[in-house]
Write a protein of this length. Structure first.
Ligand code: ADP
Length: 256
């Protein structure tokens, strides 16, 4: 638990800091992109100059993409909570994963019978699972298997703050796995082992933030050359179908 609190407060501090920087950076970047756009029009016909401006534009667009992600990471985002049947959501998400990951990754799904409903932000859940899938792909450069399984588990006191019934979504890969040193740091914002430009180190921090906000729990099993399994536990939703399906918006702190 102490470790969790430490992560949450670190996330909050880093979130505030990056939010401020990303916001100013984004404003300056829009000046660069705007002028590159004008320049692009002005030099039409000069192939060499056009190539150079296009390359500058692509670099600036990548920066813009990163600042947007940083802003999304740091912003106080309202949670759009609704009741979700994870089993029903999965086939569509799997399709998206297959398209995103490419042919070398063999994606399969195993959903247990009678999985409880959960009450979470659907877009954030999908983004979190997609993040895990992309990490799995990056851990399997030669290709491999990605298994998503959905089941239920009762968690005892001591393991989680709120003991009770949980839906468990596991994402397992047959990739390179993680050393104990990497495993210790994976939830740290900006921690990445990927080469410059490939990783932001924000993926698992975002997953962690989402799970915390949803009153869940996350676990990782991994060892070098043994692959990785990440399990997300999300609390079972109770109530009648009608009361559960009324949509609601909850404004929560970004992390913790
Ligand atoms: P990023 O993907 O941008 O590096 P993440 O926070 O998603 O940021 O991941 C942090 C680090 O955790 C990765 O750089 C990698 O070292 C490790 N990691 C995450 N998922 C996996 C995985 N499925 N297999 C092996 N290593 C992983």
């Amino acid at each position: 638990m102490e470790q969790n609190l430490l992560h949450a407060s670190k996330l909050e501090a880093v979130g505030r800091l990056t939010g401020g920087i990303a916001h100013d950076f984004n404003n300056m970047l829009s000046v660069v992109i705007g002028n590159l756009d004008l320049l692009q029009k002005a030099i039409k016909g000069n192939a060499k100059a056009e190539t150079r401006v296009r390359m500058a534009m692509e670099g600036a667009q990548r920066c813009a993409d990163l600042t947007h992600r940083l802003l999304a990471f740091s912003r106080r985002q309202p949670l759009q909570v609704s009741v979700i049947d994870v089993g029903a959501l999965m086939p569509g998400l799997l399709e998206l994963m297959r398209r995103t990951l490419g042919e070398r990754i063999n994606v399969s799904l195993d959903v247990a019978d009678n999985v409880y409903p959960i009450e979470v932000d659907r877009a954030q859940l999908e983004a979190a699972l997609l993040n895990l899938a992309v990490n799995a792909r990056d851990a399997m450069p030669e290709g491999g298997d990605l298994l998503i399984s959905v089941g239920t588990q009762t968690l005892e006191e001591g393991k989680v703050e709120h003991p009770g019934d949980y839906v468990v979504i596991s994402v397992s890969d047959t990739g390179i796995g993680m050393s104990a040193e990497v495993l210790q740091r994976v939830f740290e914002p900006f921690f990445t082992t990927k080469e410059s430009g490939k990783g932001t180190g924000l993926g698992l921090s975002m997953v962690y933030g989402f799970v915390q906000q949803s009153h869940g729990h996350v676990e990782i099993d991994s060892a070098p050359s043994q692959g990785t399994t990440i399990r997300i536990f999300l609390p079972r939703a109770y109530g009648t179908a009608e009361s559960l399906n009324e949509k609601q918006t909850v404004f929560a702190k970004p992390f913790g």
